[in-house]
Design a protein around this ligand. Structure first.
Ligand SMILES: [Zn+2]
Length: 251
């Protein structure tokens, strides 16, 4: 296999079931279409995501919804089992992310950016980012998996509501994937009629997807797009493109 058609492993990490579909569903679908392996790792069970079900009830419902959404995308799914609101930056949780990266062995990581609206989001983003180099380092005490042989490249996706989103470094055209993205997001049925409206007063999250997708598309000359910021530290910058369409270029 030449460099130009090498297949990648993509790891998307996020705090809650539905975050990934909402923010980067289209990009993941594009990766899958291009033949790359996509893994979605969700930190929390979604146990507070209901005002009518108990924690254990809504966890079970959301696990099924997340599995259905991952199937629509064509991704593998890992639910790490934290409770909502309980993801903090500590040594033990950081090591969980080191071990997750070692287990999945990703080439590319997509995760929450800083300044997102709840700490689960920004903490997952920071710990994933700060595990990326260390996952390849040996002799870290209390880790389960052997070190990776390479350092993955980290990109951040937009905050919820695009509030304090930083200027995009990269655009991904998701025009062809937009309806499939909606289908994946729609799998989280327990949220749409109940929780998101009662909790946040938003009855139609699809209009947000439409508005943001169209705006980002307008900015780059596509109908719909999603955007990313590259982790601003060495060695994330590359001379080739790791977001769809993958363009390694000649070697
Ligand atoms: Zn979330």
């Amino acid at each position: 296999m030449t460099q130009a058609n090498r297949k990648l492993t993509i790891l998307a990490t996020a705090a809650h079931p539905d975050d990934i579909e909402l923010q980067i569903g289209g990009t993941l679908i594009r990766y899958v279409k291009e033949g790359h392996r996509v893994v979605m790792a969700i930190a929390c069970t979604g146990n507070v995501g209901s005002k009518m079900h108990t924690g254990p009830e809504i966890e079970a419902i959301r696990a099924v919804e997340a599995a259905n959404a991952a199937k629509v995308i064509g991704a593998e799914l890992i639910i790490m089992g934290h409770k909502d609101g309980e993801v903090w930056q500590d040594n033990a949780t950081w090591k969980e992310y080191v071990d997750l990266l070692r287990h999945i062995n990703p080439d590319v990581i997509l995760t929450h950016d800083e300044h997102d609206y709840v700490h689960d989001h920004s903490n997952v983003g920071e710990m994933t980012y700060r595990a990326a180099i260390w996952a390849s380092v040996a002799n870290i005490p209390d880790t389960k998996n052997p070190p990776m042989t390479h350092i993955p490249t980290v990109f951040f996706f937009e905050t919820i509501g695009a509030i304090r989103s930083q200027p995009a470094d990269y655009y991904v055209d998701i025009t062809q994937e937009f309806q499939q993205k909606l289908e994946a997001f729609r799998c989280h049925e327990s949220q749409h009629g109940d929780f998101l409206e009662k909790q946040f007063g938003v009855s139609d999250w699809f209009s947000y997807l439409e508005a943001l997708g169209r705006l980002r598309g307008f900015q780059c000359g596509a109908k719909y797009a999603e955007t990313f910021r590259i982790a601003p530290t060495w060695p994330n910058q590359k001379t080739y493109r790791l977001l769809p369409p993958i363009q390694f270029g000649p070697r």
